[in-house]
Design a protein around this ligand. Structure first.
Ligand SMILES: [Zn+2]
Length: 326
């Protein structure tokens, strides 16, 4: 449901305070900065490139025996896994849009290693790479970082996508996302960015005001399959996409972003086509966010601006970060 006329209504509700203070490059109190101690007692090395470690407060533990519980309508299974933290940079003041293409490439290299290594662990069937950015998204530390949760079962969102990708693959022997991207490129109504190997667009089904998606043009099942040219293109489009998000309201744009890719369950997944989705909550300014409440909670998602308006806005914003324009 799309109702663009709603953004005209007067707003007297909650505003989010825009973070304008320039952060220091090193914060002695930050538990992710190089050489600092963490809550669990470990000390970070003096890392110069992206750095990962097992989360000191992991939601998943890997030494859990498989167990099932059934009692009438109630059913449960034990879950096991590994949670990691990925620091994108030693520099506390940076975010992905403020990093260089080469620095983002190093982040992708670490994501690739983690996907391969965690995915190869016995009993790990899915590796979820994601980033929560900004305190409105519940991110407790401003140091540039993301997380990885790797686990035994396939999470629901992935299973739903797997089922749809597989159904289309069985019918056409093509990736549904490959055909979707072809159609979007022809229409050119929701495309924000395009390079040799990737496209950024506002998906037709987007529910968040500036929801965006980065998709490789060729069917690539997971990030481990990227060629070196594709990896450079991927870094470039992550940089440009996040710059445009920041430029919308000239603020460090909060979001949850995640990579959906082939499960690591030891089965061939010719149907999978990896992609990155950004779910950012801001709607009308750096301080006014979209609430998914009321009708959205009880009935159906509803958009306040059209996907085409959002794409046009982002398309017009340019590739220079607002903080570097004087
Ligand atoms: Zn830090």
């Amino acid at each position: 449901m799309v109702s663009p006329h709603r953004t005209k209504r007067p707003w007297q509700g909650k505003t989010e305070k825009s973070a304008v203070d320039k952060k220091p490059s090193y914060d002695p109190k930050c538990y992710l900065c190089p050489t600092n101690g963490r809550m669990g007692g470990a000390v970070n090395p003096d890392y110069k490139k992206p750095f990962s470690f097992v989360n000191d407060f992991s939601a998943l533990l890997n030494d859990v025996a498989p167990e099932k519980f059934e009692d009438g309508l109630l059913y449960a299974e034990s879950e096991s896994g590994i949670c990691k933290v990925v620091c994108f940079s030693p520099d506390h003041s940076l975010t992905l849009p403020l990093m260089t293409k080469e620095e983002i490439k190093d982040v992708i290299t670490l994501w690739q290693q983690e996907y391969e290594e965690l995915g190869a662990v016995k009993g790990i069937n899915h590796v979820q790479i994601f980033e929560n950015k900004g305190d409105v998204m519940g991110c407790s530390n401003p140091h540039p970082h993301g997380q990885i949760w790797a686990q035994r079962s396939i999470p629901q969102e992935i299973q739903k996508k797997s089922d749809r990708l597989l159904a289309y693959w069985k019918k056409k022997e093509r990736s549904i996302l490959e055909d979707y991207i072809d159609q979007e490129l022809k229409l050119d109504e929701r495309i924000i960015l395009e390079n040799d190997h990737f496209v950024t667009l506002v998906p037709y089904w987007a529910v968040w005001p500036y929801e965006t998606m980065i998709v490789p043009k060729r069917k690539i099942g997971h990030i481990g399959e990227l060629s070196s040219d594709e990896k450079a293109s991927f870094a470039e489009i992550i940089r440009k996409t996040t710059i445009r998000l920041d430029n919308i309201f000239e603020t460090s744009f909060p979001y949850s972003a995640g990579i959906h890719q082939a499960p690591t369950d030891g089965i061939e997944h010719p149907e999978w086509h990896f992609h990155v989705s950004f779910y950012p909550p801001l709607l009308r300014s750096a301080t006014v966010k979209k609430f998914m409440v009321g009708y959205e909670m009880f009935a159906n998602p509803q958009r306040d601006i059209t996907a085409e308006q959002a794409a046009n806005t982002m398309k017009s914003l340019g590739d220079v970060h607002y903080s570097n324009i004087q």
